[in-house]
Design a protein around this ligand. Structure first.
Ligand SMILES: [Zn+2]
Length: 488
């Protein structure tokens, strides 16, 4: 007579049958349903602790898989003994409140596919060998406090039906992919120090992440169906939100991002996302509608010439190469231009001319890059390059004045050279009246008057070209840039 649910190792330990179901299947004390065990809380729990202690003594795996725990139970140093063996609780059912308290193990700890019908609490638990919580099913609150999960594979496909809290938890690589949080999730003072992934994770109610750290995190195709708040948290290296769905109000407030790259790709936003008091130094927004994204007190990085470093395109060009984006897609270039345009519009809508001017500059820079890379029409490129040189795309009156000054110098030089040419071979007889005559001619050219004296034909032609065409155009560009700067 043997329990049909016992594994081989379990069979060696308990072969006593406590119940037989109507189809004749036999069950041992571990695997019998709760109401068929005919054993009190103390006796049952003592039996469990005994099995754990004995496995530790014999240095064997403690196989408690498929066990049904009918009573409230606390696993701790006091109950399981000081050394804990490899424990396998997979596919087990915990009917009442279950706690792991002051539970440090250097051996494997497996909870895969187990069900907690009441609350689950892990308090001061350190897991130093591979542990796993995949597919766990928590029907009541789950709390993880002051835990070290450095060796945890994670919570892939876990389902939490009630509130979940992580407080002062440290983890390295951890996997929450395909997990579902039916109720609120609160993460505070928690450090995700490796690669943490929340891909395809469902957050159905509010998510709060406070004063926590993420080294490398991904939220690909995850669903935030209610509000989400990232508050005073630190992003250390790279955080990717890709095809993420945000159904409620989302805020990123006072987060440190100075060392991290932030990617926002193809977000779907129903309400709004607000970034406030945050440096978006290395943030990238692509294929995302900015209508529902608000920026308050956000700092963007400026390149030495005042353009923004915000897109992967620019990071690439700067040498910060990202493998996947080495060959920049025209689509990405085009969308980056679109991003700048939207940001410019936002700034204009807020009557922030200075901001608008910066975004305008970035937009034109990107358009120029696109023309250089993908567009074969040289005329457009030339015009834009000239626009950049003459006034930095109409945004810099100082540069326009500088160019105006050089054009005037060129006119003066043309007249001086023409004058020298007219005088013949050196040594030149340069007298004060001749210099005065030249300066007078310069003023007359500049003021569109008929000059008293003209240099020989070629120089005269250059002087007329400069004074009648280039200088007036540049003067107009200057006026335009000045207007842009002072009044939009
Ligand atoms: Zn059994």
């Amino acid at each position: 007579m043997t329990c049909h649910l016992c594994s081989e190792s379990q069979l060696q330990e308990n072969n006593k049958i406590v119940w037989t179901d109507i189809s004749g299947k036999e069950y041992c004390i571990l695997h019998a349903p709760a109401e068929q065990k005919n054993i009190g809380q103390k006796d049952f729990n003592d039996l469990i602790f005994h099995i754990i202690k004995k496995s530790a003594e014999d240095d064997r795996w403690c196989d408690l898989s498929n066990t049904i725990f009918p009573w409230e139970i606390t696993f701790s140093k006091e109950t399981t003994g000081p050394s804990i063996p490899h424990i396998d609780f997979s596919n087990s059912t915990f009917k009442k409140r279950t706690a792991f308290v002051n539970f440090d193990t250097k051996k494997r700890f497996i909870l895969d596919n187990s069900t907690f019908e009441s609350s689950l609490q892990l308090y001061r638990v350190t897991l130093d060998d591979t542990s796993s919580f995949t597919y766990i099913n928590c029907q009541e609150d789950a709390r993880f406090r002051f835990c070290n999960f450095s060796e945890t594979e994670g919570f892939n496909s876990a389902i939490f039906y009630k509130a979940v809290e992580f407080l002062h938890v440290v983890s390295k690589d951890i996997d929450f992919n395909f997990a579902t949080f039916e109720e609120t999730l609160t993460i505070h003072f928690t450090d995700f120090l490796g690669k943490s992934s929340f891909d395809n994770t469902n957050f159905k109610k509010n998510v709060k992440i406070i004063e926590s750290q993420f080294k490398k995190a991904t939220f690909k195709s995850s669903n935030f169906l209610s509000d989400a708040a990232f508050v005073s948290s630190i992003f250390l290296k790279e955080v990717i939100f890709m095809q993420t769905v945000f159904g409620g109000d989302v805020t990123f407030t006072n987060c440190q991002t100075s060392t991290s790259r932030l990617f926002f790709y193809e977000l779907s936003v129903t309400q709004k996302i607000t970034f406030s008091r945050i440096y978006l130094h290395n943030a990238t927004f692509l294929f995302t509608d900015l209508d529902k994204i608000k920026f308050h007190n956000v700092k963007w990085q400026l390149s030495p010439d005042g353009a923004r470093l915000i897109s992967p395109v620019e990071s690439n060009l700067k040498g910060n190469l990202d493998k996947d984006l080495r060959n920049i897609d025209e689509e990405i270039l085009q969308d980056t231009i679109h991003f700048y345009r939207q940001m410019k519009k936002k700034a204009r809508d807020n009557s922030d001319d200075e901001e608008a001017s910066l975004w305008h500059y970035s937009e034109k820079e990107m358009v120029l890059r696109r023309l250089q890379t993908y567009d074969k029409r040289p005329f457009h490129k030339k015009i834009l390059q000239a626009y950049k040189i003459t006034s930095r795309y109409g945004e810099d009156p100082l540069q326009a004045v500088e160019v105006l000054f050089y054009l005037s110098l060129l006119l003066l030089a043309t007249l001086a050279l023409g004058g020298l040419y007219a005088l013949g071979e050196p040594p030149f007889d340069i007298t004060a009246p001749r210099v005065a005559k030249g300066l007078r001619a310069f003023a007359q050219y500049a003021l569109f008057m008929k000059p008293d004296w003209s240099p020989p034909a070629f120089f005269d032609f250059i002087a007329i070209f400069l004074s009648r065409l280039l200088i007036p155009i540049q003067a107009a560009i200057f006026a335009f840039a000045l207007r842009n700067k002072l009044h939009r």
